[in-house]
Design a protein around this ligand. Structure first.
Ligand code: SAH
Length: 350
């Protein structure tokens, strides 16, 4: 893995790092030390790696790229302690990551791209299109930096921030391998969730990777017609094919799926739609996560009222579907996908 012709150290596996250092005349145990500094001790810079010789550190600084993130804003929710980080990348781009504290542990929601090209109508991350993919090191660093910052172990990771992970597939895969590597932070694959808008060939490919991660599908509608009004990707893949691919993922991995359904007032929240949804999910293994849509100022979508949300939920339950309503975390701190980044960029521009 290279960046501008320099090795991207934190995106390399231990065998790759060993090979790389060997070519530079270093012994294999140096690779293990470096790997540990990066992925276990979570060093913010090469200078912190005090058991490496000064010459080796200087050489790495000169020849290699060490991904690190600069927090330019951290917002802490007064309601639930959720923390939203705005990180600056080396090239000046900014991305968001969120730390959510649950009883069962700390969960970090990371971005997989700078911006997004999927164009979902209710989402703030996609308003300015895709800027670029994030490197594996930049995805890891969001988690590492937050764990360092809080001093608390991160136990769960959700790839549910800005970007479409399946649109950055190779980097996503490498990221998962590094994150769950027993020589690194060693987060259990079962505690990693990848959320996708439904890119069928990628879901099928992902099913073949022999992983134990949870797949979440952004469904948001019970039929193609409504889905197309919310998600342009629905013009490329029919719902039937998306759900077939999800079922295939379950068959291959044994992992139950999560179906995300953002409720938008008057668009996808009536009981006919609940009925169609129950019908659609017959035979699928997983549960539905209802998300009251988080309104963004650029669009006039409104959140369904409490009563409709409750009725929608109860209807699904009656039909034997496992359903939860997602707690809105960090509502007071621009909690919705891409909102903080967007308001930061707009402020910088003026
Ligand atoms: N691209 C991936 C992951 C990022 S979006 C995907 O589509 O799944 C994470 C989830 O948040 C998706 O389900 C997305 O549809 C949803 N989402 C984005 N903006 C939202 C908003 N303003 N209100 C409610 N849900 C939103």
């Amino acid at each position: 893995m290279e960046r501008d012709g320099r090795a991207d150290l934190k995106s390399m596996t231990l065998p790759e790092l060993t090979e790389y250092l060997k070519d530079l005349g270093e012994k294999p145990f140096r690779a293990r030390q470096l790997y540990q500094w990066m992925h276990v001790k979570l060093a913010a810079s090469v200078d912190e790696m005090t058991n490496l010789s000064r010459e080796m550190r200087e050489m790495l600084k000169e020849k290699a790229f060490y991904a690190s993130l600069n927090p330019v804003d951290v917002r802490i929710s007064q309601i639930d302690g959720t923390r939203k980080y705005l990180f600056e990348l080396e090239d000046g781009n900014v991305i968001e990551s969120v730390l959510m504290r649950y009883k069962h542990g700390n969960s970090v929601c990371i971005s997989s791209q700078v911006g997004c090209r999927m164009g979902c109508r209710f989402c703030a991350s996609t308003l300015d299109g895709l800027e670029r993919n994030l490197r594996p090191s930049e995805m890891l660093e969001q988690i590492y930096r937050i764990q360092r910052d809080t001093g608390e172990r991160v136990s769960n990771v959700v790839v549910m921030g800005s970007g479409e992970p399946m649109d950055n597939y190779d980097n996503l895969l490498r990221f998962i391998h590094l994150l769950t590597d027993e020589n690194g932070l060693h987060i259990s694959q079962r505690n990693v969730t990848v959320s996708t808008c439904g890119i069928v060939p990628r879901i099928r490919q992902f099913a073949e990777e022999n992983l134990q991660v949870t797949l979440a599908l952004s469904l948001h509608a019970p039929n193609d017609e409504v889905r197309k009004t919310l998600m342009p990707v629905a013009n490329s893949f029919a719902l039937k094919d998306v759900l077939d691919a999800c079922h295939y993922y379950f068959e291959k991995t044994g992992r139950r799926l999560t179906f995300e359904y953002s409720l938008v007032k008057g668009v996808n929240d009536n009981l006919d739609e609940a009925r169609a949804l129950a019908e659609l999910l017959k035979g699928q293994h997983g549960h539905v996560n209802l998300i009251p849509v988080n309104p963004i100022k650029e669009r006039d979508f409104k959140q369904s009222d409490r009563k409709s949300i409750e009725e929608f939920k109860q209807y699904l339950e009656k039909r034997g579907i496992n359903v939860t309503v997602r707690r809105e975390m960090g509502r007071d701190i621009d909690g919705a996908c891409g909102q903080l980044r967007k308001s930061y960029i707009e402020k910088e521009r003026t």
